[in-house]
Design a protein around this ligand. Structure first.
Ligand SMILES: CCCCCCCC/C=C\CCCCCCCC(=O)NCC(=O)O
Ligand SMILES: [Zn+2]
Ligand SMILES: [Zn+2]
Length: 508
């Protein structure tokens, strides 16, 4: 009798706790603060539009047809890069004949344009793109990667998304303004590195030195980065534009094992290949810490929670309860996994000289993209701990710390947000940029660095970047040109933008 009473009391208590949790979850979901109350109101009416006519389309296609491939800092197709310089010069005659636009060359191949505005009291800003592309394996593509084939509403080709579309987008926008007789009011720069894909150590680094040696700082910098993600963010029915407010760090480590070589007929114990393979499998099977809820993705979720479909909205609004569950779910998909932890990618493996010789050495290269809550030193320490084998030596081939986090309440952020909304009419949210850009060399020039390319992409299209069949929708290229056009105009009225944002856009 007594036991029954105790059990009933426990049951009642559990039901009460469950009731309280359910009520707390409901209250939190319905009262979740809207971190972005303005995005539905911020569209401005602007009749200006730059159509993608045949001439502009041909400018872009020719740029794609020039194979500006870089595979290492010393191994770029420098002839093609110079050919691209010529093509840029021929395509934009007004830019190249303006007496207020200066073209500066760095390390023979990187370009910087300085557009002097009429109002020298406004602080300058910079748009960043790059000239080089990664290689493409033609045999694995549906079309020649350097043919710029127009097919099924797309332009195919290496560089259509990474990132000749921003290069030509910003130049077309400026040329259009000049043709309309609009001299920019605010000074701005356009940097076009020639070696972004292989470090930026000659191009962007030289541009950064140019600014620092002259004591020039920039109000904001807009570089390649995140995109308008269509069907990628779990629980979002609409596409969402993600502005990279921070960039992951990067570390490339070479692991090696050396043993005494010998005849394959008399193997003695473990080989260099066996030891290194075991170490690499350990790295792959032991991912670094999952930081879900502690990094910039938290801000992203806060911006979009109220736009999510119901089951996701309840889960995301109640991270206090469902955080561990969501952390696991995010870890399952490469896109979401990349924003919650330092990733580990085994990218090269070399060993052996002949089939009947026990190799004296084996080498492997691992590329980490470092979460903002870790450092290069942390990653190295963790890797050594995972491998736990002193026979495996490590050498740092290159390393960059994660960038500082840029604010979401700066003029630069508002200018990007506004321009994105004008073109795409989708929610805009801050995020962590999961790859690397030339802006890592510019961190001392501005506190406000934003990484965003106006590419409207679903998961399949995203795979084309550095992969096969890279392609941009023709309409999206037109949007890209118009995005930069609006960005330039919005940058000139940023003071008005701030007061409009403060008032919830009622005045725009
Ligand atoms: C809940 C979060 C969802 C995350 C969605 C991820 C969407 C990914 C968006 C953009 C990633 C595109 C990266 C392409 C940039 C290319 C830059 C580059 O190649 N840099 C060199 C390098 O990183 O090696
Ligand atoms: Zn790029
Ligand atoms: Zn790239």
């Amino acid at each position: 009798m007594k036991t029954r009473k105790i059990l009933s009391l426990i049951l009642k208590s559990l039901l009460l706790i469950l009731g309280v949790i359910i009520v707390a979850v409901i209250i939190r979901t319905v009262t979740f603060p809207d971190a972005q109350p303005y995005f539905e109101k911020c569209k401005v009416s602007d009749s200006d539009f730059i159509p993608l006519n045949d001439v502009r389309l041909q400018h872009f296609r020719t740029a794609i047809q020039i194979p500006t491939v870089c595979t290492s800092i010393d191994n770029c197709n420098f002839t093609a890069i110079l050919q691209l310089h010529d093509h840029i010069q021929e395509s934009f005659p007004l830019i190249h004949s303006s007496n207020f636009i200066q073209r500066i060359l760095f390390a023979n191949y990187t370009l910087l344009y300085r557009v002097e505005g009429t109002n020298s009291t406004l602080p300058p800003y910079m748009l960043v793109s790059h000239l080089d592309v990664v290689p493409a394996k033609a045999a694995e593509w549906q079309v020649d990667p350097f043919s710029a084939t127009v097919k099924e509403g797309y332009i195919f080709g290496r560089g259509t998304l990474d990132v000749k579309q921003t290069l030509f987008g910003m130049m077309e926008a400026l040329e259009f303004r000049l043709a309309k007789g609009q001299r920019p009011i605010r000074t701005f720069y356009m940097a076009m590195g020639h070696d972004e894909e292989v470090s930026g150590l000659r191009g962007a680094k030289a541009v950064a030195n140019y600014f620092s040696s002259r004591g020039i700082t920039l109000d904001f910098i807009s570089d390649e980065g995140m995109v308008v993600a269509d069907g990628i963010l779990p629980g979002m029915q609409t596409p969402v534009a993600l502005i990279g407010i921070a960039e992951k760090g990067m570390a490339t480590f070479e692991f090696s094992v050396s043993v005494t070589p010998g005849h394959a007929s008399m193997p003695a114990g473990e080989t260099s290949i066996g030891i290194l393979s075991k170490a690499m499998v350990s790295l792959e099977q032991n991912p670094h810490e999952n930081f879900f809820g502690k990094g910039p993705e938290r801000l992203l979720l806060e911006y979009v929670v109220n736009k999510m479909t119901l089951p996701h909205r309840v889960l995301m609004a109640n991270l206090w309860l469902f955080g561990p569950l969501i952390a696991r779910a995010f870890a399952l998909k490469p896109n979401t996994n990349a924003i919650i932890r330092t990733t580990t990618a085994l990218t090269m493996f070399n060993a052996g000289v002949k089939w009947n010789v026990i190799s004296s050495t084996a080498k492997a290269v691992v590329n980490h993209r470092i979460h903002p809550l870790q450092s290069v030193a942390d990653v190295l320490k963790i890797d050594k701990k995972i491998i736990q084998d002193d026979r495996v030596k490590v050498k740092i081939l290159s390393a960059y710390e994660p960038s500082p986090i840029s604010p979401t309440d700066s003029d630069g952020y508002r200018i990007l947000h506004q321009s994105i909304y004008q073109i795409f009419e989708v929610p805009v949210a801050p995020a962590l940029f999961i790859a690397s850009s030339d802006s890592k060399h510019f961190v001392k020039l501005s506190k406000n660095i934003y990484r965003f390319a106006p590419s409207f992409l679903n998961s399949a299209e995203l795979k084309g970047i550095h992969g096969n069949n890279e392609k941009i929708k023709i309409k999206n290229y037109e949007q890209t040109i118009n995005f930069y056009y609006h960005l330039m105009i919005n940058a000139e009225k940023s003071a008005n933008l701030k007061s409009a944002f403060d008032k919830g856009h009622q005045d725009l």
